[in-house]
Design a protein around this ligand. Sequence first.
Ligand code: PLP
Length: 364
Amino acid sequence: MSAISQQTIDHRGPDFAAVGLKALNGLKTIFKTEEHVFIYPASGTGAWEAALVNTLSPGDRVLMFETGHFATLWKKLAEKLGIKAEFIEGDWQGGADPDQIEAYLAKDTSHEIKAVCVVHNETSTGSVSPIAAVRKAIDSAKHPALFMVDTISGLASLDYQHDAWGVDVTVSGSQKGLMLPPGLSFNAASAKALNANKTAKLQRSYWDWAEMLGPNQTGYFPYTPATNLLYGLNEAIDMLHEEGLDNVFARHARHGAAARAAVRHWGLEVLCATQGQESGVLTAVKMPDGHSADAFRASTLEHFDISLGNGLSKVADKVFRIGHLGDFNDLMLVATLAGVEMGLKKADVPHEEGGVQAAMQMLA
Ligand code: PLP
């Protein structure tokens, strides 16, 4: 926040180059890529659109996996752009299934499918998709489709490797693991994706990578960048490296495990039912039958000033979500879980007391 509150400088003046270059180069260390990372002054939805319009043409077929609400929104966005988006249906209780993706692609012998789009950390369910395994599935099917991944809520909290995992376009945003306010979003693009940009026929202007590449070489942007958020981004990247990315990932994994220990002790169910795919970013909890998750959330907000995430679309009012991402430590987690446990009691939701203790035992 103090980095962001610095004086806004002229984004076309000589001092800006250092800010822009630091951000553009620093992001590569977070996405784990040698490729270009584009920065937009937009929320994540903008970067979703940018990934598609920069690489695809009207009527192109795209394969998506229904991991949850955000995968569904990305599909709807694609359809509005004139893309034929096809879903492999999911039960919202796990990540994308590489075997189903491989089987689907193997049937597309004429290679009409131009891209496979997967959400890495599905924020609506707290499930993580195995991105490296999806890459392998695409390769096993010998399919040339571009591979696009939304890691808006996974980046800088869960391990992510744009280059090593062979991702063509990675989409992310500022407001989750990067610990910034909303307002920046990103596309990391492989050489194959940049090549696709040259022939992609979807209409684009604001999002066009081609307009960005030139000015970015010297640290500038074709239009007004979110200068103060870039100050914050540079500080956030430094903070992540000071802690060490592996330590950041381990901290999130540990907090996820402790949160799940509490939930299970309460006798409640974690929405992600696929072992090994539970998220370290957030934990979505199923509300017992006959109880409204939204009424519970409203009650905990009123009584304990704790804001729990809501269930989205298919799971609206059926789940609540405990966030444990970003600048978050053991005491913050314990306080959060205490708020939930006191909330369960206050709202007369049947549960076994002592979930916080179970989490503390794990943390200690
Ligand atoms: N994808 C995922 C996984 C998200 O969590 C979000 C937002 O929370 C989005 C996409 C949409 O991003 P935004 O709300 O920043 O436009």
